[in-house]
Design a protein around this ligand. Structure first.
Ligand SMILES: [Fe+2]
Length: 175
């Protein structure tokens, strides 16, 4: 049995973000499956690393979207604070795990389910309403925020390569 099942009631209508939320549902269920059949620390280490990568990617996108305007300062403040708290919970549990505490899975699952039902259903939805009201072409803005996030994550040399490649492509298109 799954801990949480994705349904369309959870969808916010921003494809990229809905896809990321679906991924989180998958990770919660994978963590739960691990508690029943796999006690290898390496599996848990991998799941924690996946979660940390996910948080960087997903929060990065939402925060860039909100940072580019359209949401009330109150909502932005609350939203960023909740993301910061999530990051601190994940960091603390990961540190505990690395120090040898092995019973971090259940508190992590409980926190993630609470997160899903509160943050995603209430706070992310409020963000989506405000963004939609402020921006008729939200899809373009989401794509721009995504690209911005990806380039910010690149190393200096990768960023240079990407810029060179885009310039060459642009030159070919102009020719
Ligand atoms: Fe969020």
């Amino acid at each position: 049995m799954r801990v949480i099942e994705w349904t369309n009631d959870f969808a916010l209508g921003i494809d990229e973000i809905d896809e990321q939320h679906r991924t989180l549902v998958g990770m919660i269920n994978a963590l739960d499956a691990r508690t029943h059949c796999d006690s290898e620390p390496e599996t848990m280490r991998r799941l924690l690393a996946q979660l940390s990568h996910y948080v960087r990617d997903h929060f990065g996108l939402e925060e860039r979207l909100m940072g580019s305007g359209g949401c009330s300062p109150d909502l932005v403040g609350r939203h960023f604070a909740e993301h910061a708290y999530f990051r601190s919970v994940l960091k603390d549990l990961t540190t505990d795990f690395e120090k040898g505490r092995r019973n971090v899975t259940i508190p992590l699952i409980e926190y993630l389910v609470h997160w899903f039902l509160h943050h995603i259903v209430v706070v992310d939805r409020a963000m989506t309403h405000q963004l939609n009201a402020a921006e008729p072409d939200l899809a373009t803005r989401v794509a721009a925020a995504r690209l911005q996030h990806l380039t910010d994550e690149l190393s200096e040399s990768d960023r240079r390569l990407l810029v060179e490649r885009l310039s060459k492509e642009q030159a070919v298109r102009r020719a």
